[in-house]
Write a protein that binds this ligand. Sequence first.
Ligand code: OVV
Length: 398
Amino acid sequence: MTITRTTPVLDDDPFDTSVLTAPYAFHRRLRRTGPVVLLPRYGVYAMGRYADVRAALTDEETFVSGRGAGLTDFAREKPWRPPSLLLETDPPDHTVFRTVMNRVIAPRTVRALRAAFEPEAERLAGELVARGRFDAVTDLAEVYPLRVFPDAVGLPQEGREHLLAYGALAFNAFGPHNSLLAAALATAAPAQEWVAAHCAREALAPEGWGADIWAAADRGEITTEQAPLLVRSLLSAGVDTTVYGLGNTLYALARHPEQWAALHADPRLARFAFDEALRWESPVQTFFRTTSRDTMVGDEPVPGGSKVLLFLGSANRDSRHWGDSAETFDIRRSAGGHVAFGMGVHQCVGQPIARLEAELVLGALARRVSRLELDGPPVPKLNNTLKGWASVPIRVTP
Ligand code: OVV
């Protein structure tokens, strides 16, 4: 006799405003319901447990990226822009492009930027602490990455603020065609033009990550058609991610004054505070994969050609992996192994840059500030993929 099981179903819309702003109750239900569930509203599968999300991320042959890392299945629907050579490809093609980018943003290369990135962090922290009250998002998290990252790419001052609108569009576009994506598309045309123009060799400074990508084309490692697309990846994923990451870290610390006290007592904990904040409130909440063949998740069959929504932010709070304190923000825990940067062959190539920015700016604040508190209600920022804040008013005591 064959016993047929039916995959459990959840009727929720994970891209509804209520879930985007407060996803954690939904995550708990998702994890409790099973290793994989169906979301009939979108005709996709979803996973929220750490072990299953991690297993899918590290099985890039079954859970492919070439059909898109968003809801749109590139095998059926035209993507909103030519697919990314990094995010939206699979090995062996992916390996070629990833190898080029690994060299361009190698940890050693990024460490050499400390001297360029540090003075800006010190200057900004000094100015903000002198003011006493400031907005952790609009005065800091959105300001610091836009000062240092575009310089390292080789972009001009003029127009770099377009990177925020472009990133917002790129991350909204992983979700459904809802009002968030419509609003982003309606306003992002100037940002799209600016980004397209600044992937060209002539628009980039003779030294920097942009020029380094073009140098790989000169060496024949990639073609001159591929170089601008790799530059585009830097411009797509390099700014909003760190803006949300810094904003979420400051939000977490403002909500937990005893954690700020620990960081102030030992500013070398800045890197750990950042990792723990990424775990506790992951900027990139979700990515999709597509199954290349029939597979099993636990006891549940998932047919080939299915879109599968991986809840990174839920995996990062799964007590099966993190224990009873999974939902507690604690900068002294070992948050290593979180999937906020992904895992496997697509794991964030820019993470040394994000870590450097966070270490410098948090360290600069931690050394100057003994107390950091919320100074008003934080305002959520809505995005189909990113979780974070439009405003986090804070008050600091030197
Ligand atoms: C928005 C985003 C995230 C990650 C990678 C890329 C874009 C890309 O263009 O490669």
